[in-house]
Design a protein. Structure first.
Length: 369
């Protein structure tokens, strides 16, 4: 009697078994075993499997890769792709369909309602950041200020959270991202409780126009000094306003460093992740802004050798931000040469808030040490 013909849906006939998913693709048992993206070693890095149930889509990645289309497994409801990834990568991604962007329903690690986070197995953990699903609602700090800024124009809501009872002020630029996409309140509470970060008072500053507010211009920092800090004092929330940490990423990191240079009496501690140090006043009009002078306007200012002996600054940039690295490395070196107390690290990510999260906690602690 001859052997039976192979089952076309058997585990040995599909690529998913190598990722720990036996069974017929598209069955309830298969989907019950499916979860967050799974990776296997490949060519010194990883091959990562992404799955989606029910409809075609493509994967979009945050500042790391071109979009990747999913393909269907035979006539099942299983859509998938295998993406080569380098060693040590944490990345935000989402599924894009004809009717919108969606988080990965199989992945418990989210970033807002329509984003998810994947990490290769060799990526260090982020112990204080809880997994947040697409449907989870993040708690908001109870203290808020309605700031009608005269210098900046318009109204904005600034929220304040005393982690561990409060301490030095930590001004989080792009504050809404740290409220609604990444659970900074929970992360700082956990880090303070563990002793990794001293008690701090978090101030979540939302942004109306990043390009206008975070360029090297004085208006934002004049408004923080003359308008926002007095409003914070009026709330009665415990806070040490004499030790102000500014934490910013990308253009926010540029703005934080600019504030330390031009408003040293206000800002003496900076946590800067992937600062946009390619920025120059005319960069927005260039076809390739990163191809301009290395270090941009901030490096030019640092070459004047300002006295930065009162500044503590922690720099971080993603390991996979190859074009950002020269701009950041020069800025780091010039800041140290000008007398600042500088620490430098590299996160396992691209230009992505998911990769900056651990650096945010660590670097706030460093500049307050």
């Amino acid at each position: 009697m001859s052997d039976p013909a192979p089952d076309p849906g058997a585990a040995t006939e599909h690529p998913f078994a190598a990722f720990g998913l036996p069974g017929r693709p598209g069955t309830d048992g298969f989907w019950a075993a499916a979860g967050a993206p799974a990776s296997v070693p490949s060519d010194g890095g990883w091959l990562t499997l992404f799955l989606r149930r029910g409809s075609p889509a493509r994967i979009e990645f945050e500042s790391w890769s071109e979009p990747v289309a999913l393909r269907r497994w035979r006539d099942s409801d299983c859509w998938y792709t295998e993406v080569p990834m380098p060693a040590r990568l944490r990345v935000t991604y989402w599924f894009l369909t004809d009717d919108g962007a969606y988080a990965d329903a199989l992945n418990p690690a989210g970033a807002g309602g329509n984003r998810s986070i994947a990490a290769t197995p060799d990526t260090p953990p982020q112990p204080h950041w809880p997994a947040v699903g697409a449907d989870d609602v993040l708690p908001l700090p109870g203290t808020r200020i309605r700031w009608a800024g005269r210098r900046l124009g318009g109204r904005r809501t600034v929220r304040i959270h005393p982690a561990g009872g409060g301490g030095p002020l930590v001004l989080l630029l792009d504050g809404d991202d740290w409220l609604y996409l990444h659970p900074a309140v929970a992360a700082f509470d956990s880090a303070v409780a563990s002793g990794a970060v001293p008690p701090v008072t978090l101030v979540f500053l939302p942004t109306r126009d990043r390009e206008a507010e975070f360029g090297c211009r004085p208006e934002l920092w004049e408004a923080v000094r003359d308008e926002l800090l007095p409003l914070i004092a009026d709330t009665g929330v415990p806070a040490d306003r004499n030790r102000l940490v500014v934490a910013g990423q990308s253009l926010g990191g540029l703005s934080a460093m600019y504030a330390a240079l031009e408003f040293p009496e206000l800002v003496s501690r900076v946590a800067c992740q992937s600062g946009s140090f390619w920025w120059t006043p005319d960069a927005a009009g260039l076809a390739d802004p990163l191809a301009g002078p290395v270090g941009g306007a901030v490096a030019a200012r640092l070459r004047e050798r300002p006295d930065l002996s009162g500044l503590r600054v922690a720099f971080d940039v993603g390991e996979h931000e190859t074009r950002m690295l020269p701009h950041c490395e020069l800025t780091e070196a010039l800041a140290e040469r000008a007398g600042a107390c500088v620490s430098v690290s590299r996160s396992p990510s691209g230009h992505d808030r998911a990769g900056w999260r651990h650096a945010l906690l660590r670097d706030v602690a460093r500049v307050l040490a």
